[in-house]
Design a protein around this ligand. Structure first.
Ligand SMILES: [Zn+2]
Length: 422
């Protein structure tokens, strides 16, 4: 007779177990089927992975609760995959609250940037000044904020170093967090964030440095999974972006792009041409660019808190993108300039209220689609046997309450790779 699995941990009595895997649900159709919702569900975890997931009565027959098996009673609440944040800049020093306040008072950006301690460049200055140990401590604190809101898979970008040594320092912090915490982390070199002041009026020289030195050396040292570029007026042109992404691809770094955030800079088209895994922001992306993205299978990562934080009402047109057949993910864009936000629950409220996404689209965007945007959908983003045990237990009983409870932290229990973190 086959030996029954003795799990390390079992979650019982899930009133709504949201698996994001329609095949697992016995529901006939509709929202519950599409989200793979199991009423009266249970999940068994062994060695950090999901060993069994399904209806509680069936799970209890297929496993054996041992004397060391830890049990959690979900008390009929919502149990769902851990949130996946596909876009953060969480390794940084210093904050820029004054800039935020000025912007909300309607002071124009060029004026704000003339003030001291404003703009990306001030974050670059503070981050460069911090020694590795200090930057690591600050970044650990940032990461634990995300975990508090149920985010257990995170993409982290560099981009506040802007020279080889400092970009390496930032990516080594990300690597440390990946190796010494229970959080799943993917990292991205964003050496092409802005032109550093020491290359003022010598843009091409800096692009050459990024292409010939920074990208190849970072890739060779295994410090990044992705290569990103900020394609925007005042940052990098579409031709520079193309060259920078190509250089990454030559070094086996998957392309990503900050596209069409402030204006239509042709970023969506560059994303398609470069076969990027995702194009992020897309507030001003052209229809033609979006069509090309759809054909090339580029995922749209939307960051509504950034729009809010910029004091703008120009939200990305998620409805159009979804209707065109694009896969849409959402993220925090956590950064000290334009999105000092670590809360995926808040992003979820904004996705529903401002991007006009349905609850079903929003939950996929915050889990499985976000995992696709960082090439981790085989490991996280849904509750399926063999995937990493990244699970949130919420304080609510219905998923419809999630966007409705604006600003509330309804994430009660956070499990990542089988470890209970909250
Ligand atoms: Zn960003």
């Amino acid at each position: 007779m086959e030996q029954l699995i003795i799990p390390d941990l079992i979650i019982l009595n899930a009133g709504n177990l949201v698996t994001m895997s329609p095949d697992l649900s016995n529901e006939e159709s509709g929202l519950e089927k599409n989200l793979g919702i199991i009423k009266d569900g249970a999940i068994a975890i062994k060695n950090g992975k999901i060993a069994a997931v399904g209806y509680e009565s069936e799970i209890l027959k297929s496993i054996k609760i041992g004397k060391d098996t830890k049990q959690i009673d979900a008390e009929r609440k919502v149990v769902m995959p851990g949130f996946v944040d596909p876009h953060t800049h969480l390794v940084f020093e210093g904050t820029r609250e004054r800039e935020f306040l000025m912007r909300q008072q309607g002071i124009p950006n060029p004026h704000i940037l003339k003030e001291e301690n404003t703009g990306i460049i001030s974050t670059v200055r503070w981050t460069r000044k911090a020694v590795f140990k200090k930057l690591l401590e600050t970044s650990k604190a940032h990461l634990s904020e995300l975990v508090n809101w149920g985010i257990t898979t995170v993409e982290i970008k560099s981009g506040y170093g802007l020279n080889l040594e400092e970009e390496i320092k930032i990516l080594k912090v990300a690597k440390y967090l990946k190796e010494y915490t229970y959080i799943n982390i993917k990292s991205t070199v964003l050496a092409a964030h802005i032109i550093p002041p020491e290359y003022h009026m010598r843009d091409e020289k800096y692009v050459d440095l990024v292409i010939n030195d920074i990208i190849p050396i970072i890739a060779k040292n295994g410090l990044a999974d992705f290569n990103d570029v900020y394609c925007e007026k005042g940052a990098f042109t579409r031709n520079q972006a193309k060259r920078i992404l190509k250089a990454g691809s030559r070094n086996n770094l998957i392309p990503k792009i900050h596209a069409d955030e402030m204006s239509d800079a042709g970023g969506a088209e560059v994303a398609a041409a470069a076969q990027a895994i995702s194009a992020d922001h897309l507030v001003h992306a052209s229809d033609k660019g979006l069509e090309k993205m759809q054909e090339a299978g580029v995922i749209a990562v939307l960051l509504p808190i950034t729009t809010f934080s910029l004091g703008s009402n120009d939200y990305a047109d998620a409805r159009k993108m979804i209707d065109m057949g694009l896969t849409v993910a959402i993220g925090t864009d956590y950064n000290p300039g334009t999105s000092m936000c670590t809360s995926m629950p808040l992003v979820i409220s904004f996705a529903v209220a401002k991007l006009k996404m349905t609850i079903e689209e929003t939950l996929y965007a915050a889990t499985l689609n976000a995992a696709k945007a960082i090439d981790m959908d085989n490991e996280v983003g849904s509750l399926e046997v063999g995937k990493r045990a990244n699970i949130n237990i919420l304080s609510v009983k219905k998923i419809e309450e999630m966007p409705y409870r604006i600003g509330e932290n309804y994430v009660e229990t956070v499990i990542s790779n089988g470890e209970i973190l909250k």
